[in-house]
Write a protein that binds this ligand. Structure first.
Ligand code: LMR
Length: 395
């Protein structure tokens, strides 16, 4: 019999590893401030109205369950390009952009990273800090990982000078991961002027921008939130985009995303042949239902409008909670928490250390990753005071 080495037990995932712990916690007052998922004003998960209607419409069509093409449904792919680039999509020649449907943005990050190696790019720089899974995905895809400076833990803002300084030191031919908006985990994004500056810097340095676009609609709105990407494409800078429909359509578990690629000197048919080979050799072809839901909504003006309105309401609720949290923290803890108001999207840090986070978990059933990131949508008018009181007690 083959004697296998004994495997050691690895630590749980810092974010998704908290799901079973939270689910098993019997305390009714428990709070999930860990996972980046939208919750309504009662703390409950939301299936968007347009999604329910699209599901019903799809059910009534009695569609078959045949395989999709390797890079997904053509209509889904063209709608995704329109959503990211808006009116400007007509400025991008159709033969220079390729979009493949993927298993969430994580699938896009993985396939994108593998494609980078085919372009002779073997390393990627990620922001310090970034979503904890970025390094894992890129590591497994075989890229070398380096970091560039991003968040200043004292001012709670981007240290732009330091950021540019470290980008300036990256070797030519390195990919650089940029989050389009609502940076996970800091909630701090470059301004429009900073995006302009970054696009020139990255282009001049010969770096390859890889955008992670997971929160379109959660900063200012669908049209505004991809402004960073559009600044790069106006300058004809080659890039990749890993796009997620998890948050803005609430399709988390459906795993629906896309990988868009503009390489400049290869046309989309050539790029497609490479991406298709990578997908086929990885998970073969993408799943049906999530993409069908998205396409049904985006191609139906009434459903699209309903989706957009509800997305606006979700963004507003998060923002209201953000303002309320900053004010309540400042009152209870007598420190400045104004930076919380400036951060955008679902996440941010609120000056907690791992001991305090463990105390919140053990004493109050409040779940946050040990990094100190808070997922604001987990707060409601009903639990926010209890959260602030608990935080004061462990401070
Ligand atoms: C998060 O950051 O909480 C989400 O993107 C969920 C995940 O996969 O980590």
């Amino acid at each position: 019999m083959l004697l296998l080495p004994k495997t050691s037990q690895l630590p749980d995932d810092p974010i998704l590893g908290l799901i079973p712990l939270y689910n098993q916690d019997p305390r009714p007052e428990k709070m999930n401030l860990a996972i980046g998922g939208y919750k309504d004003g009662n703390g409950l998960p939301v299936v968007m109205n347009a999604v329910r209607k699209a599901e019903l419409a799809l059910y009534e069509q009695h569609l078959n369950k045949e395989y999709l093409p390797i890079d997904g449904d053509p209509l889904f792919r063209s709608e995704t390009i329109k959503l990211i680039f808006g009116q400007d999509s007509s400025l991008i020649p159709a033969n220079s952009i390729h979009c493949a449907q993927t298993i969430g943005a994580s699938g896009a990050l993985t396939v994108g990273a593998e494609f980078l190696k085919e372009l002779n790019i073997h390393s990627i720089a990620i922001s310090d800090p970034t979503w904890t899974n970025h390094s894992s995905l890129f590591h497994h895809a075989g890229l070398q990982i380096t970091e560039y400076s991003y968040y200043d833990r004292i001012t709670h803002e981007i240290n732009f000078e330091k950021m540019c300084d470290s980008i300036n030191r990256l070797p030519q031919g390195t990919a650089i991961l940029l989050q389009t908006c609502c940076h996970n985990p800091t909630g701090c994004d470059p301004t429009e002027e900073q995006w302009e500056y970054l696009s020139s810097l990255i282009d001049d340095r010969g770096l390859f921008p890889f955008f992670d676009c997971a929160y379109q609609g959660f900063d200012r709105g669908i049209a505004e939130d991809t402004r960073g990407i559009r600044i790069f494409t106006k300058k004809n800078i080659p890039l990749c985009i890993a796009y997620s429909y998890s948050k803005n359509f609430g399709l988390y578990g459906e795993r629906v995303g896309a990988l868009c690629t503009i390489t400049g000197n290869s046309d989309s048919i050539e790029v497609r042949s490479h991406i298709n080979r990578l997908i086929r050799g990885n998970y073969s072809s993408p799943p049906l239902q999530g993409a069908r839901i998205v396409t049904t909504i985006l191609t139906n003006p009434e459903l699209k409008n309903e989706w957009n309105i509800q997305l606006d309401q979700m963004r507003e609720r998060i923002y209201t909670m953000r303002l309320s949290l900053a004010d309540k923290l400042a009152k209870k803890i007598s420190e400045d928490f104004d930076f919380v108001k400036k951060q955008r999207g679902m996440f941010g840090f609120i000056k907690t250390n791992p001991d305090q986070i463990m105390a919140l978990r053990e004493q109050y059933g409040i779940y946050m990753p040990l990094s100190g990131r808070i997922s604001i949508p987990g707060l409601t008018e009903h639990n926010i005071d209890a959260f602030v009181d608990a935080l004061k007690n462990v401070f």
